[in-house]
Every structure is written in C-alpha cells, then in structure tokens.
Design a protein around this ligand. Structure first.
Ligand SMILES: NC(=O)c1ccc[n+]([C@@H]2O[C@H](COP(=O)([O-])OP(=O)(O)OC[C@H]3O[C@@H](n4cnc5c(N)ncnc54)[C@H](OP(=O)(O)O)[C@@H]3O)[C@@H](O)[C@H]2O)c1
Length: 293
C-alpha cells in the first residue's frame, strides 16, 4: 500500500526470512517492485541478520520502522514447554527490541523518525489459552510506552497498532499446530474447555469480527500520515467496548468476569453475539476512539 502510494512519497524496504518465498509479495506489488519497493532478508531473532540488513540500507537511513514479525501460541499453559514460550518472546518481544536498538540511535541523532509496532488487542487484555502470546504483546506494549515518553525529546514517534482477529495465515498456522499436539500435562477438564469452548469461539470470532490485512495496512498508513501520530491504535472498532471494560473498572473484575462469561457461557451463541455487536456498533461506535470514560 505504501509502495503504491500515488504521490510516490515512500520507498519501502520489505523484509522476509526467506526471499525464495517472495513471489506472492512481488505479484501483489505489481509495478512498484524494483521502483518503490525492494526486498531484503531479515530474521528478527538474529543479531547478525538484523545488523546486516540495516547496514545494507544506504546510510542506514530508515525514517519509519514497522515491526510486524510475530508468532502465536495457544493452549493450556501447563501443556506448553518453556522452549515454545521462549520462542514466542524471542520473536514478539526481543525481535522488536533488537530492531529498535539497531534503528533508534540513528533516528535520535537525526531527531526524526517513527517506530511502529504491530501489537494486538491481546497486548491490552488477556484471553484464556493465549496467555503466553498475550504476555509477549503486553511486554512489548510496556517497552514501547516507556520509549514513547523518552523519544518525545528527540522528535521520534512510537505507535502501537492493535488489531483484533485478522484473516491471515496466522490463525491457520496455529490451528495446524493445535491439530498436531496432544497437550500432555493438561488435565481432561481443562483440555475439554480448550477444545469445546475456546477453539469454536475463536473460529466464530475470526469469521465474525476478522479484518483483512488491507484494513490493518490502511490504519497503519493513516497513523504514519498523521501530524501527531497516536500511541495506541485499535484497528477494529468492534473491540472498543471490550477493551474499555478495563478502563471502566480498575480492579479488573469487570473484564475478567466478562471474558469468563463470553468464553464459557456465551461460546455456543458467539456467532449471534458477534452479529449483535456488529449491528450495535454500526455507525456511531465505529467512529469512536477508546477513552477512559
Ligand atoms: N492475524 C491476527 O489475528 C493478528 C491479530 C493481532 C495481531 N497480529 C500480529 O500481526 C503481526 C503479523 O501477523 P500476521 O497475522 O500477518 O501473521 P502471519 O501471516 O503468520 O505473518 C507473520 C509474519 O512474521 C514473520 N516472522 C516470524 N518470525 C520471524 C522472524 N524471526 N524474523 C522475521 N520475520 C518473522 C513470518 O515470516 P515467515 O513466513 O518466514 O514465517 C510472517 O511473514 C504479528 O505481529 C501478529 O502478532 C495478528
């Protein structure tokens, strides 16, 4: 979307771990590829790869850094290995830290720049069976909230993009993982809740509330082009009331109990609930931003 900007205001360097898989992206880029878009190899989990990538850019000059790489992990915590959990943090948290450490000092010395992180609504509230993924996004939110304050002195902006469900390969990859796993270590009751409450609810949420990658790109472009880019940016207005629960009751009871009922009591009628939410939020709610009131 940025590379195809009509006014050609952007030169985009897209990155991927394996350039052999670039065909779909090149096809989507059309004429922009080779003109306003080029591709580089990057693994956010490797110091060497990150350094090589940034060093290969002319004068290491990056005006806008978009951290998008992320991996998911679902299942009962007691059935997940610490190695699996560390891999989530290595990508979702330390990957962002590594990129920021490499790019931010140049932005500070130029006194100009914008760091964008594709976070998640799960970086704002926890969801059962997504505990570790959610923790990795909370960690990233905390890191960036601190940086946003410090970097104001250097005219460098920090913005979080917080999507709800997005129909990408993300969920499919998770479902493939789930179908292969036996979740050894979880008791039968918890496993039953995971399989009969959580998984069907997820499918309903993705079908009912899922946005497209283009929706997320549009929000991100708007944030980039804003004269005063907001720090938090929910992409899906249907989520505004859900996130607002946290601000409405500082004890946390309201959000914890609401999520409990959504998962265990409303799971079976989630598709109806989603339709009602869509209906109620059409129009005025779609234009509202989240606020403490
Ligand atoms: N889909 C959703 O519902 C959803 C909702 C909220 C937030 N998000 C966030 O949105 C971002 C994009 O996810 P997506 O939905 O587009 O999922 P996706 O289709 O699975 O894309 C994730 C991307 O991250 C890349 N990646 C993973 N590990 C990497 C590493 N070590 N170095 C470089 N790249 C790496 C993957 O590359 P490979 O192809 O090489 O694996 C893939 O291109 C993630 O941060 C995710 O947490 C997604």
């Amino acid at each position: 979307m940025l590379a195809r900007d009509e006014m050609k205001r952007y030169y985009v360097i897209g990155t991927m771990r394996d350039l052999k898989r670039k065909d779909k992206l090149v096809e989507a880029a059309g004429d922009a590829y080779g003109k306003t878009l080029s591709l580089l190899t990057l693994d956010v989990c490797s110091d060497e790869s990150v350094k090589q990538c940034v060093d290969s850019i002319k004068d290491r000059h990056i005006d806008i850094l978009i951290n998008n790489a992320g991996v998911g992990l679902v299942g009962p915590v007691e059935a997940l290995s610490l190695d699996e959990m560390k891999q989530v943090f290595k990508t979702n948290f330390y990957g962002v830290v590594r990129m920021i450490k490499e790019v931010m000092p140049d932005m500070k010395s130029r006194r100009s720049g914008h760091i964008i992180v594709i976070s998640s609504v799960l970086g704002l509230h926890g969801v059962a069976f997504n505990d570790v993924y959610s923790a990795s996004k909370f960690a990233t939110e905390g890191l960036c909230e601190g940086l946003a304050i410090q970097l104001m002195n250097f005219n460098v902006n920090v913005s979080m993009i917080e999507p709800g469900p997005v129909n990408t390969e993300f969920e499919m990859k998770l479902m493939i993982e789930v179908s292969k796993k036996e979740f050894v270590g979880a008791d039968p009751e918890t496993l039953d809740h995971f399989r009969t409450c959580y998984l069907p609810t997820q499918v309903n949420l993705f079908q009912g509330l899922g946005q497209t990658p283009e929706d997320i790109a549009r929000v991100t472009k708007k944030v980039i082009e804003s004269p005063q880019p907001p720090f938090r940016n929910l992409t899906n207005p249907l989520y505004t009331p859900i996130v607002a629960l946290k601000y409405a009751d500082e004890t946390g009871s309201l959000s914890v109990h609401t999520f409990y009922h959504m998962l265990y009591n409303l799971g079976g009628v989630m598709h109806v609930t989603v339709r009602i939410m869509k209906f109620l939020s059409f129009g005025w709610l779609r234009r509202r931003a989240i606020s403490p009131t």
